[in-house]
Design a protein around this ligand. Structure first.
Ligand code: NDP
Ligand code: DGY
Length: 329
């Protein structure tokens, strides 16, 4: 870049993996400011830092709403989020302002699908409860009817949202001997479904028929609170409910009731509403509910790749070029 050209101002809302930061620093086209912490930037601080920013490198924990966009003003050309989910971005206003958006599909699919399978098995085979029993002396001997759970062989698995992650989960579950895959979404996905012999069914039918229900849909006003009292009451008493999508697709009060009254057998959640879940939340008192701290994509390699894709999206947006992964608005 010629010395006469002005550097573009970029704000990075968190400490990020070195690889991603290096892509930005070595580009030579931007002046980087960063919130140098592993914890989110407070909103007041973010508002201050947005002034005259051209590019924003953000996380799913940064709510980019009209106040933030207003604070940035017309200089803001690109928002690049280090996530595939984009429910934290006010897309309507972003579009109206002509701002481009980058995100990170594909690079996190394998890691998230793996974690989903791990959570499903931990929940259905009661792994966390079992290790607790080993530590607290509850393990007194091998007992014929103790610590039994539910197996995948011969089961019906329902996938809510047969997208990138939903399909990758189903493909990983298939070798366990799953008998039937059901799926639902806004429309049939014949190409993806063919890979797992999946049958497209309405949500209520999926709820009624499945032994395992895996939620891997995106979050929107349509999916908000989708898993409620009515739907839990349709599920089998032996059903295992797994959610790695977004916490707010579930009505957590209704889930608590379903888990404590035996409406369903168990739940595994990688995502909650809010995050973090308060440590005195009722769901945390239940043995049949396994809760993880939103770690679906948390492998070193995946987070590195996500940081690099986010950086490359941002740079391409600043230069007015094609992004590696641009969200179509
Ligand atoms: P995709 O866009 O590939 O898949 C999203 C799926 O959601 C699509 O199959 C879509 O199906 C479905 N969907 C959308 N609206 C509805 C609806 N109303 N009812 C049922 N299904 C619906 O995204 P990814 O698979 O890459 O990611 C999915 C989500 O997983 C992300 O949006 C994010 O929230 C979450 N995620 C969580 C992670 C974690 O750490 N726990 C890690 C990564 C992602 P159709 O279009 O057919 O309706
Ligand atoms: C995402 O990318 O949307 C996940 O929730 C975190 O990787």
């Amino acid at each position: 870049m010629r010395a006469t050209q002005k550097l573009m101002k970029v704000f990075v809302t968190r400490r990020i993996p070195e690889d991603g930061l290096r892509v930005l620093t070595e580009s030579g086209i931007c002046k980087i400011q960063q919130w140098d912490s592993d914890e989110p930037v407070p909103k007041e601080e973010l508002l201050k830092r947005m002034s005259e920013v051209h590019g924003l490198y953000c996380m799913l924990t940064d709510k980019i709403d009209s106040e933030i966009l207003q604070a940035a003003g017309p200089s803001l050309k690109v928002i690049s989020t280090m996530s595939v989910g984009f429910d934290h971005l006010s897309l309507g206003e972003i579009k109206n302002r002509g701002i481009r958006v980058g995100y990170t599909p594909d690079v996190l699919t394998d890691a998230t699908a793996e974690l989903t399978v791990a959570l499903l098995l931990a929940t259905s085979r009661r792994l966390i409860e079992g290790t607790e029993e080993v530590k607290n002396g509850g393990w007194t001997s091998w007992k014929p009817q103790w610590m039994c759970g539910y197996g995948l062989a011969g089961s019906t698995v329902g996938i809510v949202g047969l997208g990138r992650i939903g399909l990758a989960v189903a493909q990983r579950l298939k070798p366990f001997g799953v008998k039937r895959f059901l799926y639902t979404g806004r429309q049939p996905r014949p190409e993806a479904a063919a890979k797992i012999n999946g049958e497209y069914v309405p949500l209520h039918e999926l709820a009624e028929e499945s032994n395992f229900i895996v939620v891997s849909c995106s979050f929107s006003s349509e999916t908000k609170g989708m898993f409620n009292k009515d739907l839990f009451s349709k599920m089998k008493k032996t059903a295992i409910f797994i959610n790695t999508s977004r916490g707010a697709v579930v009505n957590q009060g209704d889930l608590y009731e379903a888990l404590t009254t035996g409406q369903i057998a168990a739940a595994g959640l990688d995502v909650t509403d809010p995050e973090p879940l308060p440590t005195d939340h009722p769901l945390l008192s239940l043995k049949n509910c396994v809760i993880l701290p939103h770690v679906g994509s948390a492998t070193y390699a995946t987070r590195n790749m996500m940081s690099v894709v986010t950086a490359n999206n941002l740079l391409a947006g600043l230069k007015g070029e094609l992004m590696p992964s641009e969200l179509k608005l």
